[in-house]
Design a protein around this ligand. Sequence first.
Ligand SMILES: Nc1ncnc2c1ncn2[C@@H]1O[C@H](COP(=O)(O)OP(=O)(O)OP(=O)(O)O)[C@@H](O)[C@H]1O
Ligand SMILES: [Mg+2]
Length: 292
Amino acid sequence: MAPLLDICDLRVSFGSAEAVRGINLQLDEGEVLGLVGESGSGKSATALAILGLLGPAAKVTGQMVWCGSTGSDGMERALAENSRSALEIAGLDLLQQPVEVLRRLRGREIAMIFQEPMTALNPVMTIGRQVAECAQAHQSSWTGRDAKRRAMAALEAVAIPEAARRYDDYPHQFSGGQRQRILIAMALINRPRLLIADEPTTALDVTVQAQILALLAQLQREYGLAMLFISHDLAVVGQVADRVAVMRAGQIVETGRVREVLTRPQHEYTRSLLAAVPTLRTDREQPLAMIK
Ligand SMILES: Nc1ncnc2c1ncn2[C@@H]1O[C@H](COP(=O)(O)OP(=O)(O)OP(=O)(O)O)[C@@H](O)[C@H]1O
Ligand SMILES: [Mg+2]
């Protein structure tokens, strides 16, 4: 597999507080990497750093090389769009790029879905229009009709029932699971190469969580997407990821094939994370394992 993103010695600090302390991560095209760790370990700071969305309060250093768009697909897309394209960005350090380059990359090559679907949607705009706007933001030559057709197809791809009839409905008229599906449609409408999913199922109940995970896994395979899947739950990561990186206090303490890490964790912190997941055999009289 060709490399897609190569992160080297990434550091993020807010004043004197170091949220990310020198991490290295590599992601191949089409690969799913799970990033797991307890609350405050620096997972979201890492994701936002990749997208250049941390804001001026954060100091970000290191190297983040975007290797994407070397394949024929990227080439074709670049030619078809006749635009200053992702091709120009391939091989460059994202941390050194001006805002407009990152803006072009976001949504087009790298997309993100967040934990809370309601806050990520505009409550006073119909979902059809929100999805169509995502498409048009990166395809300026598209007419409203093109964008609507594409939006409808995207909503159908994430299995929104009766997408055509519901196109003009507002976010509050959908369930939490459906709203997360709509966000997935928005993230994937421009066929990005990398999807960053930051705790995409944490706000959902267990049954809906399983459906969303299955949908993400299906779309990931269908589109050949690479995915950075962030969760505090090692068991959830185990269902979707090929590889996993375990993060603690801003550092990666263990990384490996997901099956290896789940069955033979090397680091004590990973063992604690695993021990904190209750199973049918967990003695209910015992307190959950403490992470030291
Ligand atoms: N904008 C900010 N200003 C100051 N400190 C911040 C900011 N964003 C994050 N931090 C701090 O950086 C550290 C890492 O935060 P981050 O949000 O990356 O954790 P996380 O692993 O995503 O946790 P969670 O599982 O709760 O989402 C925390 O100590 C947090 O308080
Ligand atoms: Mg987070």
